[in-house]
Design a protein around this ligand. Structure first.
Ligand code: ATP
Ligand code: MG
Length: 563
C-alpha cells in the first residue's frame, strides 16, 4: 500500500508495535464474532472492516468468522446464512476459517470442570432473583452465595447432572469463584453456565441443555483459535478483567489481547439488533432487507455498494471516544461512489405527455448519449426520439412562479436533454381542468447546437412515449425523522420517530428502454432525479431510489437549528 493512503488507527499502531517486538511470533490473527440473532447492520460493518481490513493489510495476518452462538433462544440458522452472505458481499473472505463457538462446547465444558477442580467454580442454587439481590451494587459489595463452599466432589457431581438434564431451567448455575467484594461487578462470582432445556440449537441440536455465558466462551474461543488481538466495542472494557481472569486462571497456552474501540452510532437510525428486530416484527418495515433499514442487506437492496460502505468505515476511523456520526457522512460516501460509477439514464417519474405537432408521426431518430458525462470509456447509449414524449409534471408550469424556474412554461422554450429545443404552443386540459397534454414544436437546428439568436437556459429530461417502459419507482428516505430516535431525551420510544415520508411509491414511471435489462445491484443515475437500482426480489420492473442527487436534509437540519 502506498504510504500516503496507508490506514492508521490506535489499534493498528498496537499491532504494528507487537509485530516489531516479535510478539505472538509475529502473527496477527483477528476475528469477527457476530451472534446469529439478527442481520448485520452498519455498526457491524465498522467491526468487519476493522478486523478483516487488518487481515488484508498485514503479511500473513488472518481473520476468522466466528459465530458466537451460545443463546439458542434467539438464534437461527437463517441469520447464520445471512451474516455469511453479508460479509462476503462487503468483499471479505474468511477462507476456511469459519467457526462456531458451539464447536467448542465440549472443550468449554472441560475447562469449566478444571475450574471446579481448582476450587475456582461452584454450582449455585440461588434463583435468578436471589442472585441479583446478592450481587450488590456499584457502591455496595455483594454477598457470598451460601453454596460457595461446596466441595469439589459435590460441584463435579452437580455440574455433570446439570449437563445430563436433571435440573429445571433457572434452578442452578455454575459460577466462577472470584470476589463478591470486587468493585467490578463482572468479577462478583459471574455465571459460567446456565440451564436451558428443551431447546433446539441450530448447530448442536439437542446435544446440550446447559450453555456457557458470553465472557467465558469468548476468551476461550479466542484462545482456542489462536487469536492475537481480540477487538470489541467499549462496553466490554469492564469485562476485560474477567476475560483475563479466565485465561490466567486456566493457564492457557496463549493469551489474546482484548482491545476496545467505540461503537458506531449513526444519526437518524438505530443500530441495535434488538430494535431492528422490533421494526421487522411489528411490520414497520418490510423485513430485514427493507431498503430503509441500516442493515447490510437493506443497504444492498437500496443500491448502496460495498465500496461506499468500506469508504465510510475508513472515513469514520477507529477511536476510543464515543460519538454520533452524521447520516450525511454515510450519504456522502454513497453519493461520491455512485456519481463516479453509475451510468446515466433518463426516467420520468410523474409523466406528462408532450406531442410535437411538427414531428412526423412515423419518424423516429436514435440519438447518441454518453453513459457517463465524465467517463468516456463507459461508452454511449442510443435513445429513441419520436413525436410523442413524456416529461415530468414538475418540469412544466403554465406561468413561471419565479425567475429560478428554468423549465418549460406555456409559450416558452426548454432543451430536452441530449435532444432538441422545444416550445410549448398549447396546453390541453381534461374536463376536470387538469393538464393532460402539451402541444409543442421543436427546432430541428438545435440538435447538439445552440439555438439561433436566443438563449434557452433550462434542460429537462424526457423519454419517447412509444419506446418507454413502465416501472414502479420507490422513493426511499430516512426511516426516522429524529437525529437520535432511541435517545430523544423526552422519554419517547424510537418507534415514535418513524419518518412518515420514508417511502413514496410511484406506480407509473416511464423509463428509457435500456433499463428493462437492468440488473439488481447495478446503480443508475436517473438524470436530475437521483440514484436508483432495480429492486431485487420484486416481480416486474421496480426501482429503488438509493439516494437523491443532493443532500436535501442539510437544508432541513439548518432550518431546524435556526428555529
Ligand atoms: P447489537 O447490540 O446490535 O446486537 P452486538 O454487539 O450485540 O450488537 P454482535 O453480533 O455481538 O452484536 O456483534 C458482533 C461484533 O460486532 C462485536 O465485536 C461487536 O462489538 C461489533 N459491533 C456491533 N455493533 C457495533 C457497532 N455499532 N459499532 C461497531 N461495532 C459493532
Ligand atoms: Mg451481542
Amino acid at each position: 500500500m502506498p504510504e500516503e493512503t496507508k490506514k492508521t488507527n490506535f489499534i493498528r499502531q498496537i499491532i504494528e508495535a507487537d509485530i516489531a517486538a516479535g510478539k505472538n511470533g509475529g502473527k496477527v490473527r483477528t476475528r469477527f464474532p457476530p451472534e446469529p440473532n439478527g442481520y448485520l447492520h452498519i455498526g457491524h460493518a465498522k467491526s468487519i472492516c476493522l478486523n478483516f481490513g487488518i487481515a488484508e493489510d498485514y503479511p500473513g495476518a488472518t481473520c476468522n468468522l466466528r459465530f458466537d452462538d451460545t443463546n439458542p433462544e434467539k438464534e437461527e440458522a437463517e441469520y447464520v446464512e445471512a451474516i455469511q452472505r453479508d460479509v462476503h458481499w462487503l468483499g471479505y473472505d474468511w477462507g476456511d476459517r469459519l467457526y462456531f463457538a458451539s464447536d467448542y462446547f465440549e472443550q468449554l465444558y472441560q475447562f469449566a470442570v478444571q475450574l471446579i477442580e481448582m476450587g475456582k467454580a461452584f454450582v449455585c442454587d440461588l434463583s435468578p432473583e436471589e442472585m441479583r439481590a446478592y450481587r450488590g451494587t456499584l457502591t455496595e459489595p455483594g454477598r457470598e452465595s451460601p453454596y460457595r463452599e461446596r466441595s469439589v466432589a459435590e460441584n463435579l457431581d452437580l455440574f455433570a447432572r446439570m449437563r445430563a438434564g436433571e435440573f429445571p431451567d433457572g434452578s442452578r448455575t455454575l459460577r466462577a469463584r472470584i470476589d463478591m467484594a470486587s468493585p467490578n461487578l463482572n468479577l462478583r462470582d459471574p455465571t459460567i453456565y446456565r440451564i436451558r432445556r428443551g431447546l433446539r440449537h441450530h448447530q448442536t441440536g439437542e446435544a446440550w441443555c446447559i450453555f456457557p455465558m458470553y465472557d467465558f466462551t469468548h476468551c476461550l474461543s479466542d484462545m482456542l483459535e489462536g487469536i492475537t488481538h481480540s477487538l470489541c466495542t467499549l462496553e466490554f472494557e469492564d469485562h476485560r478483567p474477567l476475560y483475563d481472569w479466565y485465561l490466567d486462571t486456566l493457564k492457557t497456552p496463549c493469551h489474546p489481547r482484548q482491545i476496545e474501540f467505540s461503537r458506531l452510532n449513526l444519526e437518524y437510525t438505530v443500530v441495535s439488533k434488538r430494535k431492528l428486530t422490533q421494526l421487522v416484527e411489528e411490520g414497520i418495515v418490510d423485513g430485514w432487507d427493507d431498503p430503509r433499514m441500516p442493515t447490510i442487506a437493506g443497504l444492498r437492496r437500496r443500491g448502496v455498494t460495498p465500496a461506499a460502505i468500506r469508504e465510510f468505515a475508513d472515513r469514520i476511523g477507529v477511536t476510543k471516544s464515543d460519538n454520533l456520526v452524521e447520516m450525511g457522512q454515510l450519504e456522502n460516501c454513497i453519493r461520491d461512489d455512485l456519481n463516479q460509477n453509475a451510468p446515466r439514464a433518463m426516467a420520468v417519474l410523474r409523466p406528462l405527455k408532450v406531442v410535437l405537432t411538427d414531428y412526423p408521426e412515423e419518424r423516429e431518430e436514435w440519438l447518441e448519449a454518453p453513459l457517463h458525462p465524465q467517463r468516456a470509456e463507459m461508452g454511449t447509449r442510443r435513445i429513441p426520439f419520436s413525436r410523442e414524449l413524456w416529461i415530468d409534471r414538475n418540469d412544466f408550469m403554465e406561468v413561471a412562479p419565479n425567475k429560478k424556474f428554468k423549465r418549460l412554461v406555456a409559450g416558452g422554450e426548454v432543451r430536452l436533454r441530449n435532444a432538441y429545443v422545444i416550445r410549448c404552443d398549447e396546453v390541453i386540459r381534461d374536463d376536470a381542468g387538469e393538464i393532460v397534454e402539451l402541444r409543442c414544436s421543436h427546432d430541428p437546428a438545435t440538435l447538439g447546437a445552440n439555438p439561433e439568436g436566443r438563449k434557452v437556459k433550462g434542460v429537462i429530461h424526457w423519454v419517447s412515449a412509444r419506446h418507454a417502459i413502465r416501472a414502479e419507482v420507490r422513493l426511499y428516505d430516512r426511516l426516522f425523522d429524529h437525529p437520535t430516535p432511541d435517545n430523544a431525551r423526552d422519554g419517547s420510544s424510537f418507534l415514535e420517530h418513524i419518518n412518515p415520508h420514508s417511502l413514496e411509491v410511484i406506480e407509473g414511471a416511464m423509463l428509457e428502454g435500456g433499463l428493462a435489462e437492468a440488473e439488481p445491484g447495478q446503480a443508475w443515475q436517473f438524470e436530475r432525479e437521483g440514484y436508483f437500482c432495480r429492486d431485487d426480489g420484486s416481480e416486474g420492473l421496480v426501482f429503488n431510489r438509493t439516494i437523491t442527487l443532493r443532500d436535501t436534509w442539510a437544508k432541513i437540519e439548518k432550518q431546524a437549528r435556526q428555529a
